[in-house]
Design a protein around this ligand. Structure first.
Ligand code: GLN
Length: 242
């Protein structure tokens, strides 16, 4: 962070942006501007270098082949590692989450190295694809209201000792390992299987990212009636019997 400006980087919109995940960038950008910040948003395509001086980096979900291509390019580029080394905050969804871990199974059925920025390993689930609405309790360490979103993934993810689960699910599969966990995080890097876009459904997670980037404990309140209406509508819908 420098003075009043926030540099927001949306990684590879040409490869990783399913189910409206780009909405996450819109939500962070808008909520930062509503707090008077001057936001410079950079959408970095996969043929461009990842800038290392961003404050918040967002990565979305993707199909299996674009996911492999994105992982190859991000490994070769190295910029995201340098950004995290500089203290940047990273928030990733689904394919992006798997890429941030140590490895995942790619579209060729092979083990593909990830970036190792989150202590998780993803494999291919043997059972049915995890599809549907998700409701969960966010890790108490984050002090955030319940998580709402939807998932659509075949991969499943196991957490290592230095990753904390982002949430525990009441409904849905989350990490898909049967332990009820969903997503993972460490001090500055976050991963989730939730689409929605997840930050539109859970705007206080966006605020949490902003607080970390700004190194503040609180942000000025803003009118969240629209978000609250969306949240309660989706939470009620998820609770209806199928
Ligand atoms: N291809 C990955 C999986 O199925 C991620 C899917 C996604 O990003 N929605 O596990």
């Amino acid at each position: 962070m420098s003075d009043n400006s926030l540099r927001l980087v949306w990684i590879y919109p040409d490869l990783l942006s399913t189910y409206g995940d780009q909405g996450n960038a819109l939500v962070v950008e808008r909520r930062a501007r509503q707090r008077g910040l001057d936001v410079a948003r950079l959408d970095v395509r996969s043929d461009q270098a990842i800038p290392t001086s961003g404050d918040i980096y967002l990565i979305g979900g993707g199909e299996d082949r674009p996911q492999r291509l994105a992982a190859e390019r991000l490994r070769r580029d190295g910029g995201l590692h340098r950004a995290v080394g500089n203290g940047a905050i990273v928030f990733s969804v689904c394919a992006g989450y798997q890429i941030l871990g140590h490895e995942f199974i790619n579209d060729l059925g092979q083990r593909e190295p990830g970036l190792g920025l989150l202590d998780v390993v993803s494999t291919r689930g043997e059972g049915e694809r995890c599809v549907g609405d998700v409701l969960g309790d966010i890790d108490p360490g984050l002090g955030l209201p319940p998580l709402t979103g939807f998932e659509n993934h075949q991969g499943i993810t196991r957490l290592g000792p230095t990753a904390r689960p982002l949430a525990n699910v009441q409904l849905g599969k989350g990490n898909g390992t049967g332990d009820g966990t969903e997503g993972a995080y460490n001090d500055t890097v976050f991963g989730t299987y939730m689409h929605g876009p997840v930050l539109a459904r859970n705007p206080l997670i966006a605020d949490h990212l902003l607080k970390l980037a700004l190194d503040v404990n609180a942000l000025p309140p803003i009118d969240d009636r629209w978000y609250e209406a969306l949240r309660s509508e989706r939470i009620t819908a998820a609770q209806q019997p199928a």
